[in-house]
Every structure is written in C-alpha cells, then in structure tokens.
Design a binder for this molecule. Structure first.
Ligand code: ME8
Length: 654
C-alpha cells in the first residue's frame, strides 16, 4: 500500500515560526505511523519561493530574490532536521524540475481553452498573495487578515475558467465526506461555494519574480497556481515513477487559513489538467501564544529552533501532538510544554524505563530468564495493551491526540502494575516474571511512541536491546531471553523559571527623530521630538557632550515607551532613547529599516505596556555584540531587522 502525505510549502520571506513546526510534526507523525504499518510512504515538504511578497522582502534587505530564498530556505531545512522530520523530498518552487513541470501543466490547461486573457481590476493583498472583492475587505480597503491596506491593481491578465468546475466540485465534496476534514470545515466551504465560483486570475505583470508563462513571457504565473502544483511536480509529473505510484495524495496537512486554496482552487486545477483529486485535505488549527495570535510586528513570536535547543525535539513534538486538539486552535506556552514534558515524558515514561532497567541490573545483572507462564495480574495488564487496529483508526481519522491519550493510559497502567506487584519485595521467580512483563510492555510502547517522540523511542529500544522495526512486531512475546543495557536517563526534568524574565517588563519601540533642540535651562540636555507612527512624544536626553543634533535628527532610534514620565529641568520627558557607551564613546541604538512605531522584541517574550520606573529599567543589562543590541546574547529585533549599534562589542546600552 502506498501513502502520500504532504505539508503546505512555507513562504521563506521570514524565518520559520512555531506554526510551521507544528504542521511538520503532525505530518511526520502520520508518515512514521504509516511506515511502521509497512506502507510505502512518500512525505513531501518544502518552500514556496516565488511571488510579490518574496520579491518585496528580498528588495528590502538589498538582495536578489534567488540569493535571498537560497539563504532563507535553509532555515526551513534546518528546522526539519532539528525536529527529526523524515521527509522524502524537500521541494523548492525555484527548482528547475518544478518550473519545467509547472509550465507544462499551465500549457496543458491553456491548450484546452481553460485559460483566457482579459483585463483585471481588483484589490490585491501581498501578505495573502490574493485578490479580494471589495465586499470582503474591512472599511478603508483593509485586508481582513493582515489589517493592512490592499493595493488597487489594474493589469492585463490571464484567467483560469474556474467557474466551469463549480458543480463538479460541489458534487465531489458531497460524495466524498473524507475530502475536507475536519468535518465542520466542509459546511463553511459549501456555503461559500453557493455564492458562485468566479474565474481566477492566474498571471501577473507588475513584478518579475515568478515563472514566466510558457506562451507569454511578459507575464509570470500567479504564485498560488505555481505553489499548489508542487504536490505533483515533486513526484516527477508527468512521467516520473513516483508520480505514477503516489498520486493522488492521501492527505495534505495545511492550516485553516489556506483551506480555500486547497479544497477549491487546487481541485479545479487538477480537474482541468485531467488529474485525480487528493483523498483528504486536513485543515489544522492555529497555534496562539498565551491566547494571542502570532504576530511578528507585535513581537508575539517564538523561534522554534530556540525551543528545540532548549527543550529537545521530543518534548516539543509531544506537546504539539498532545496539547493542541487535532483540527482546533491551541495555545502554546513554555510553562505548559515543561509541565507536559515533566509529567508525561520524564515521570510516566522515563520512570517506567528507569525502574525496570535498574531492577533488572540490580537483581539479575541485566539478564532475565525466558518466562512462559504468567499469573492473573500479568494477564490483566496484557489485556490492556492498546489495540493497534483501534489506534490506527484514530490516526486515520486524524484524531491523534486521542491516540496519544490511549498510549499514555497504558503507560500509566504499567506504572500501577509496578506499584501493585512490588517486585522489590517478591521472590526471585516472581521478580523475573514481573520484570519480563515490563520489558515486553516497554518494547511495545517504544513502537507506539516512535512516531511521536522518535529519539526517546530509539533510546528505549536500545536500552532493552531491541530495534524499532514495524508494527508486525507489535505482539506481547513469551518465552524469549532478555538482556538489557545499563540504565540511561530518558528525559531530564525541565525547569520552570518561576520568575518572569526581567526583559518582559520593557516595551521598546522604533521612533523617528523629528527635531533636536538645546534645553534652555541645561548645558547637557537636549529636547528631542519623536514620532512613534501617529503618536508624537517629547524626550529629554543628556547627550549634548557626546552627539551633535544633526547626528540624531531624522534617524530611526529605539525608545523605552513605558517609563513613567519624568520632569527634567521643567520639561517632561515621555520616554528614554537607548544609546550605547564604551570608552567615553556614545552611539545611538538604531533601526534604520523599520517603521516608526514598530515593536522591538526578543523571541519568546511578549512586551508589556504597564508603566515602569527608571530603576527597574537599569536592572536590565543590554549590551552590544557584533554591532547588534543583545539581551542575554539574544538579538533585539523588529519584524524587519536586528537592532543595530555602531560601536565595539561589550558596550553597555542605556
Ligand atoms: O500559506 N499555527 O505559507 P505560510 C499553525 N506558501 N499553523 C500555521 C500558523 C499558526 N499560527 N501560521 C501559519 C503559505 N500556519 C503558502 C502555502 S501551499 C501550496 C502554499 C500554517 O508560510 C499555514 O496555515 O504562510 C500553512 O499551512 C503553513 O503554516 C505555511 O504557511
């Protein structure tokens, strides 16, 4: 049996966030489960590298688009590696083979008369890479997702006759209840389809970064048309061996925000190209941070790579699979990750292995005799071994958190069995029976948890001297000789830092300096007028001996915005600008590429707005390293850049 599973392909216009990590983990879980089930699995992930958004971001960082995506796409590959994602192929839409196959499909649909030329006028959101109808925008022509003004675009474009497929698509959705999952998403889509399906603009001329149309090189193919095709081009469409073997996909794991593209646009393209439709599109929910939507511009982000470095891939994977209900939104916090990891991984699972292997080493020097006959307590436990068929059903229904629950219920049962049978008090023969039973249960557990926490599963297997093979070996075996290795700790207990990070009280923002004047009553103070976006403020700063007014004026600086205002020689200062000092040299802390008002943050800490006093601020040690402002070696940044300071390492920022 074949099984083809994909994630979406990520925009590498910024570094990966935890939403990307989450999607890869659930797809990897499915891939590993089906491999253990001896299926022939193909698992695809990758990056979506064309389009206006990428072109724009590359330009902002003064790089050619290709050089930019070459660099950024590596961060996604690195994320996969650190998370133990076992993809079979990592596609980049700038790959030659993708470009070639993409043109081929475009041409095929064009030649069938399903693509035509017309003029288009509409509102485009670059963030979504999508046109909007005026009625779907918020007042003032604001994109409902990105809350930014959309662009009015009028250009000559090619259109895909999507309207033609409306009835066929509705029929398909109704006849295949497993096509759109979770179920509640089906209704939403059918309701929207009732409004009528419009033809889709599939080419653009106002920018260059895309695949040129095979029949008209003035145009590039619309980024979503290009991106969706990755699922077939990666398999070697049209003649590749993998294409013949694996298409149609068994499941696309994607987020709820891009359902429409995958269950409406994608199937229409496939029908137009005479290709089969994927069996299931599963729309997972969104990960929020302490109840707030992830947002780079508001500093609400967590770097998944940091997270894995701090807590290990297994703990992160386990948290995602267990704590976020399949198909629903869920909340991430380090506290709950630590709690989950400590209780379920270190205490329940780690302890079970630790107790078992240390008793076998202590009482039997690591070797157990073969055991054939078991008493009632053992047989009761054996009966509780989770039924693989039922677990697989849950996996196939994408109810993986229920599957995890059942596995951990069994781990709990094994621990109660130890407490009940008290092997340390039993005679030699009973000891052997109890410990034998536990090793066998641990072997089965190592198979079950392998798709979730692969590193730990391998460690368990190694310690009890067996290998992770396949579900074919998922059967309690009697009468085998057991020899185990020296105990090794499976999960370290993670620490909860009781007090909040001191940095979290700060609210730093980028400000533009509008004017600099001398304070009338002081020899060393300036009065500096700044703007934080719309908001204007006045600062009083003692910089006169160090920096000239024209070195400050017009610059984008960084300001502490939540200090209690203070009067300095009769003038109220409504904030404090940051500057670095070393050997009597003073330099401003700057954010040249960011907008006034932009949030400055470090990963994982959500800025607060409560007012603080200057003593609290002075306790937070900010420094300069490699011309960047850092806190505890972590760079301060905005959604556009790391914060810059033109001074030697070690300078202190105040
Ligand atoms: O949409 N929680 O790319 P992308 C969970 N290139 N998942 C999230 C999330 C969050 N907070 N934020 C985003 C694109 N995602 C296109 C896809 S596919 C042919 C092209 C999910 O980098 C999102 O739903 O914006 C999507 O499935 C994936 O991350 C990539 O998002």
């Amino acid at each position: 049996m074949k099984y083809y599973v994909t994630t979406a392909i990520d925009y590498p216009n910024a570094k990966p966030h935890i939403g990307h990590a989450y999607e890869k983990v659930i797809a990897d879980f499915c891939a590993r489960w089906h491999r253990l089930n001896s299926e022939d699995v193909f698992f695809l992930t990758g990056t979506d590298e064309h389009g206006q958004k990428i072109e724009k971001t590359a330009k902002e960082s003064n790089q050619a688009p290709k050089a930019f995506v070459d660099k950024m796409s590596k961060c996604f590959v690195e994320l996969c590696k650190k998370l133990n994602i076992t993809y079979d192929e990592f596609i980049r839409t700038t790959d030659e083979s993708h470009i070639k196959a993409c043109k081929l499909i475009f041409k095929k649909v064009f030649d069938k008369g399903l693509i035509y030329k017309d003029t288009y006028e509409g509102f485009y959101c670059t963030g979504c890479e999508q046109f909007y109808l005026e009625k779907d925008l918020e007042p003032g022509n604001i994109c409902p997702v990105h809350k930014k003004k959309v662009e009015l675009i009028k250009e000559e474009s090619y259109f895909f006759k999507m309207s033609k497929f409306q009835d066929k698509l509705i029929k398909h959705i109704k006849e295949h209840p497993e096509f759109i999952l979770p179920k509640f998403r089906q209704k939403e889509i059918l309701n929207r389809l009732k409004e009528g399906l419009k033809d889709l603009c599939v080419s653009r001329t106002s920018f260059k970064w895309g695949i040129p149309l095979p029949n008209d090189s003035k145009h590039v193919i619309y980024v979503w048309f290009d991106a969706l095709l990755n699922y077939v081009t990666a398999l070697g469409y049209p003649n590749g061996k993998n294409f013949k073997k694996f298409w149609p996909a068994d499941v696309h794991h994607i987020g709820k925000d891009i359902m429409w593209f995958h269950v409406v646009i994608w199937p229409c393209i496939l029908m137009a190209a005479d290709l089969k439709l994927p069996k299931t599109v599963f729309g997972h929910g969104f990960i929020n941070l302490k109840g707030e939507k992830l947002s780079k511009s508001r500093g609400i982000v967590v770097d998944p790579i940091n997270l894995i470095d701090n807590y290990g891939a297994d703990s992160v994977r386990y948290f995602f699979m267990r704590e976020i209900p399949a198909g629903m939104d869920g909340d991430f916090s380090e506290e709950s990750l630590i709690e989950r990891s400590n209780s379920d991984l270190a205490d329940s699972l780690g302890n079970l292995l630790q107790r078992t292997s240390s008793m076998i080493n202590r009482y039997f020097k690591g070797e157990l005799p073969a055991v054939k006959t078991f008493s009632k307590v053992e047989n009761d436990l054996i009966k509780k071994i989770p039924d693989l068929k039922k677990l697989t059903e849950l996996v196939n229904k994408f109810e993986w958190n229920r599957c995890l629950e059942k596995i951990w219920d069994f781990i709990k049962e094994c621990n109660s069995y130890v407490a009940k049978t008290e092997p340390w008090k039993a005679d030699e023969k009973r000891k052997a029976v109890i410990l034998y039973t536990l090793v066998e249960c641990l072997r089965l557990i190592s198979l079950l948890v392998y798709p979730i926490i692969p590193d730990a599963a391998e460690k368990i297997a190694k310690q009890i001297n067996c290998k992770i093979t396949s579900f074919k070996d998922y059967k309690f075996q009697k009468n085998r000789k057991i020899k185990i290795k020296k105990p090794e700790i499976l999960f370290k207990k993670l620490e909860i830092s009781e007090k909040e990070d001191p940095f979290a009280i700060l609210n730093l923002k980028v400000a533009k300096v509008d004017s600099v004047e001398n304070h009338p009553d002081s020899d060393n103070l300036y009065i500096i007028k700044i703007s934080l976006g719309k908001e204007k403020r006045t600062l009083v700063a003692g910089l006169k001996q160090y920096i000239k007014p024209n070195e400050i004026k017009g610059k984008n600086i960084v300001v502490v915005t939540n200090l209690k205002p203070a009067k300095l020689r009769g003038v109220e200062s409504q904030g404090m600008l940051l500057a670095a000092e070393k050997n009597k040299k003073v330099r401003l802390v700057e954010a040249p590429k960011s907008k006034p008002g932009a949030q400055v943050y470090i990963d994982g800490i959500t800025p607060k707005t409560e007012k603080i006093n200057i003593e609290q601020f002075f306790k937070i040690k900010l420094k300069v390293k490699g011309k960047k402002a850092v806190y505890n070696n972590q760079p301060l940044k905005t959604d556009k850049e790391d914060i810059f300071v033109d001074i030697e390492d070690g300078a202190e920022i105040r």
